[in-house]
Design a protein around this ligand. Structure first.
Ligand code: L3W
Ligand code: SF4
Length: 439
């Protein structure tokens, strides 16, 4: 059952006329007849969890929003999708911009935000124009601006481009950047719900989360909550990439098994050239990599499913996370050391430098991984790497530190022999051309 991409194939759906003709903006009509608290209640009932990576319950986040008398509140849409392997929000904004705008209007009404912002990744250079056109169309048709649909509610949506820094996807860095400052994460608490944009109460939600508010209002929170498995309700967009026959963006039910997702023709269509599956990072580069045996079955021997609980079953000893849904597949030719080095370089480059464990640790890990990859590794480097990542995790201002530590920890945990091989075969490691999947 598709809730978000159901109409994605319809010609012209990017534009208002076709979008409206196929049921667009119905949720706004319905929402404007409800009270803001009733809408929050529907979102709570739906069990929707944040689709940016952390999976925090959306209704709960909304109910944390402070409402001091006379202080404006803001909704901010986090469209700074920069997690390597993740491109599902780009797809939504590019092909279904009105779905996001519709979700933003309903959510703005529920939260009392008269000025709502979309903060979009700088590299998505062509998308702000698409969003701005959709906003203009919505405004021309009375869905935005003053007194929308004669409801007495005023709402404007502004699009702000980021400068291309991964850290600006962290909600408080994003807020700093929106305020015109350097994108350094703030210490939490206070959470944005209490003191966010210009220190006003602010909700920051991911693009997919806000788009999901549309089907929730249309079908009712309870019905939405019935879809899925356990605390994974509704559907999820996955961006699949790496060594796959059919990479792309898929809307999946939460009871789909990992094996079906990778191998069935309806989804990724298996691995090219008959190669074997070696490993997978199912939730964007920050979540732990899993080898095939742990990926396809959990620690109880059950088929792993594509949902929050099943993917994390067993903790990090045997499990991983659904994260942002950036599903990266590696075939048997891929080198885990090279891959981990590539990610370490990324996190080192993107660290904002505020905290020592992250600033120093990410650079140190990259240096050691580069040595191992290029045949200059020492036996003791593997334990040193383990020690460094352990000292970063949990000791930093924002989750980028954990995001840099987890891939290194998981690579050593599950592929230690590959690190040892690079150290024992230094000469061959320098010259042999291992693969690096593209994502
Ligand atoms: C009020 C409280 N609000 C928590 C709110 C908080 C935030 C949300 C989740 O990191 C993860 C990270 C990456 N009162 C609250 C409260 N909140 N307690 O709930 O918070 P948190 O800290 O669990 O996570 P986060 O800071 O949002 C995000 C992971 O996502 N990730 C993906 C990153 C990249 C993208 C992308 O490119 N799209 O998302 C991948 O796994 O590692 O763990 O709003 O304010 N008491
Ligand atoms: Fe900056 Fe890294 Fe600290 Fe996050 S963990 S605040 S990115 S130095």
């Amino acid at each position: 059952m598709k809730l978000l991409l159901e109409n994605a194939h319809i010609e012209g759906i990017r534009y208002y006329e076709a979008y409206r003709k196929h049921g667009g903006y119905r949720s706004v009509e319905k929402a404007l007849k409800m009270t803001p608290d009733e809408i929050v209640e529907e979102v709570k009932k739906s069990g929707l969890r944040g689709r940016g990576g952390a999976g925090f319950p959306t209704g709960m986040k909304w109910s944390f929003l402070a409402k001091p008398e006379g202080v404006p509140r803001h909704l901010v849409c986090n469209a700074d999708e920069s997690e390597p392997g993740t491109f599902k929000d780009r797809y939504l904004m590019e092909f279904l911009p009105h779905l996001l705008i519709e979700g933003l209007i309903v959510s703005s009404f529920a939260l009392g935000s008269n000025a709502t912002y979309i903060y979009i990744r700088g590299e998505y250079a062509w998308i702000p124009d698409i969003l701005e056109q959709a906003i203009a169309e919505a405004k021309n048709n009375g869905w935005l601006g003053k007194n929308i649909q004669n409801s007495g509610f005023d709402c404007e949506i502004y699009v702000q481009r980021g400068g291309g820094a991964y850290i600006c996807g962290e909600e408080t860095a994003l807020i700093e950047s929106l305020e015109g400052k350097r994108g350094n994460p703030r210490i939490k608490p206070p959470f944005p719900a209490i003191a966010g944009l210009w220190m006003r109460p602010t909700v920051v939600n991911n693009v997919e989360t806000l788009a999901a508010v549309v089907p929730i209002i249309n079908m009712g929170g309870e019905e939405y909550g019935k879809l899925g498995v356990g605390r994974s309700t509704g559907t999820k967009l996955m961006s699949a990439c790496g060594n796959l026959n059919k990479p792309g963006v898929y809307e999946i039910p939460f009871d789909l098994t990992v094996e079906e997702f990778i191998f069935s023709d309806e989804y990724c269509g298996g691995i090219p050239n008959g190669k074997r599956l070696k490993a997978c990072i199912p939730g964007g580069s920050s979540v732990p990599i899993l080898p095939t045996n742990l990926l396809l079955k959990d620690s109880k021997g059950e088929a792993r499913q594509m949902n929050y609980e099943s993917l994390s079953e067993g903790g990090f000893a045997t499990g991983t996370m659904l994260g942002s849904g950036g599903f990266i597949v590696l075939d048997e030719d891929q080198c885990v050391v090279r891959h981990t080095m590539s990610l370490a370089r990324f996190y080192n480059h993107e660290s904002c430098g505020q905290c020592s464990p992250c600033r120093e640790g990410t650079g140190w890990m990259y240096k050691i991984l580069k040595n191992i990859e290029y045949g200059k590794g020492r036996k003791e480097d593997i334990d040193l790497l383990w020690d460094i990542q352990r000292r970063i995790e949990g000791n930093t201002i924002c989750p980028l530190g954990d995001a840099a530590a987890w891939p290194v920890a998981a690579a050593i945990r599950h592929f230690r022999d590959e690190f040892e091989w690079h150290i024992d075969h230094a000469e061959e490691a320098q010259t042999r051309n291992f693969g690096l999947a593209h994502y």
